[in-house]
Design a protein around this ligand. Sequence first.
Ligand SMILES: Cc1cc2nc3c(=O)[nH]c(=O)nc-3n(C[C@H](O)[C@H](O)[C@H](O)COP(=O)(O)OP(=O)(O)OC[C@H]3O[C@@H](n4cnc5c(N)ncnc54)[C@H](O)[C@@H]3O)c2cc1C
Length: 269
Amino acid sequence: MEIVRPSTLDEVLSARVEMPGAELLAGGTDLMVEINFGHACPEHVIALRRVDDLKDEGDGRIGAGVTWARLESSDHRALAQLARTVGSPQIRAAGTIGGNIGTSSPAGDGLPWLAAVDAEIEVASQARGVRRVPWNGFFTGVKRNTLEPDEVVVAVVLPDEVPANQEFAKIGRRSAMVISTVSACVVRYDDGRVHVALGSVAPTPLRATRAEELIAAERDPSKATLAEFSRLVAEEVRPITDLRSTEAYRRHASGILSRRLLERCLARC
Ligand SMILES: Cc1cc2nc3c(=O)[nH]c(=O)nc-3n(C[C@H](O)[C@H](O)[C@H](O)COP(=O)(O)OP(=O)(O)OC[C@H]3O[C@@H](n4cnc5c(N)ncnc54)[C@H](O)[C@@H]3O)c2cc1C
């Protein structure tokens, strides 16, 4: 295995062209697991650790190389909440938001937040320069996305308005070091709009848009409305039964979790 260690984004993009099929390596907390289990055996690896261009955070951008350890103190409340749930301190010190996006696992804990705040993924290539892809145009299936072989994820780009009122939580089979059975993120805008995004309940992160529409019309939702909100979320998710949980449990938990997060947001209004 040949490993190259570029130190600028331009060098990364050149390496992408010179070594087609090379794997990008950020923190390695997903890729090295694949390699250690023999599921991946790349001939060439492009290590991103030295690329400072990918590590900037601020002004509505989060560089792909920003680690979960750094995001634990993000000003975005739900992003900080979810960062604190990723793996262990060792995993958070190495693992990056760009690697989470690159893996595109349905259980990636960063993805519901990207969906909830309507983030774009900025990608770059030597041939076509920079393009921005809305989150729902990027993730296409289980561990599938629209990144081209010569491209690199450069950053997460946030819209002008990201509400401060936001909550994330996840459910797993134990309370630490756990892959999400269901994860959810709720953000509430000052004008009453609510975005509800869920993870681990479909091939890609998804938004429960019917539940969002219902609740946007309600300043002070009644118990019956909250129950209907919960029911709509449970109806909108598309979970499967697998080794971590059943379809029925994931559906039920999606509704309950989203309602709890919404209630926390409403309590701050
Ligand atoms: C013990 C353990 C616990 C974990 N717990 C969690 C958890 O609780 N929640 C969670 O969401 N995840 C968890 N993970 C998975 C992993 O830590 C995260 O997905 C992490 O964000 C991956 O980031 P990384 O920098 O290590 O990615 P890497 O392993 O370096 O890369 C992952 C993939 O993304 C690609 N990639 C990396 N950077 C880029 C880039 N800039 N552009 C394009 N592609 C890129 C790589 O080529 C590779 O295919 C866990 C993993 C382990 C081993």
